[in-house]
Design a protein around this ligand. Sequence first.
Ligand SMILES: [Zn+2]
Length: 428
Amino acid sequence: MELVELGKAQLERLQWQLRRCFKDSEFYRGKFKKAGVNPQDIRSLDDMENVPFVTKQELRDEQIEFPPFGRYVVSPQRDWAELHPSTGTTGVPVNTIWSHNDVNNISNWTARTMWQFGVRPGDIVQNGFSYGLWVAGMSTHYACREIGCFVIPIGAGLTERQIDYFVNPGSTVLLGTPSFALYLAERMREKGISPENLSLRLGCFGGEGGTEIPSTRKKIERGLGIEAFDYYGLAEIGPTISSECKEKRGLHWCEDHLFIEVIDPETRKRCAEGDIGVLVITHLTKEATPMIRYWTNDYARLNLARCPCGRTHARSEGGILGRADDMIIYKGAKFYPVQVEKVVRSFEELGDEFRIEMTTDESRGTDVCTVVAEVLDRKTDDKMLEGKLKKRLKEELLVTPAIRLEPFGALERTTFKAKRIEDRRKKQ
Ligand SMILES: [Zn+2]
């Protein structure tokens, strides 16, 4: 779609969405009134800057006050199809609902993201995304039907069986989290199965960061003998709402279903094109639990130029650049686990797993940050490796963490989302 046409469609859908939220949701009506916004005043996409943001904490508070779903549910119950609460490890899960039309739209945009990275009718899709309450398993399953693929609905887990299916019937596409992909590659290596003998050709990985980091992507590609792509979604907005295309020049957004903004967290105004800020997303078509200017806490940038693949929908180059929730503050420096990951995975001598441990130095009462990594070969000179790792981490993080090297296999593996920060600090 040409950009002018796309903008027109977005505005039309946005006005529809704002009107129905104002009319049928006490939550939104209250917010809009407090901010002095009437849906009739939103006459352009730029006018959206006057509409207040929605945060996850607000949704939680709303649910507690008005159980079980809060007053941000807009569709009547007869239209509801599925319940998908968020899977965050902290706090009360936020409930989101898909209406029957929402299921159709989600299946459709997910099929589009899968087509984008190269899935075609007849592909054997091994769906390693978790099924059930989590959003990505269901959406990719429905999308396989839209495209006409043979799907193996295995979900996350059953590692040995996953590898069996690579061999027979010979899956061609793998979906899952990047940690799980790396774990499968590790198990294949241990079992002596060479990726060259498999039919597997594509993989798309999301649910957590990783694929956007070149060293991690390369490890997945080499370990499984595939071309790997990045996926992004979040429970409150929807699964699999963006993926890379064959050009790998960033995550393409489904802009006919979502209105994407990048906001400066300090000024709360829109960033200039290309500048890094917080992703703020508005549902243009979602019926049941629409989000208006949802503050994702994830950092990205936006490129509005047409992609060499021909698509006009905006892209976020480099994928998700950081997650505010994961930020570590240590000795005055701020950094993200993805930065540690980038360094650890650039070392040939180290395995893919790592941990960031936060503890308390009891004699001084200060924080200690330790990066734990696994050494692949027992004969490696640990002291020298430790020195090199420390130096590279200092360059990347602007602060020097402590290092602990463990033998390969010492850290727990995960089939779902990896939890790589262990906070064991003494609370005051
Ligand atoms: Zn593209």
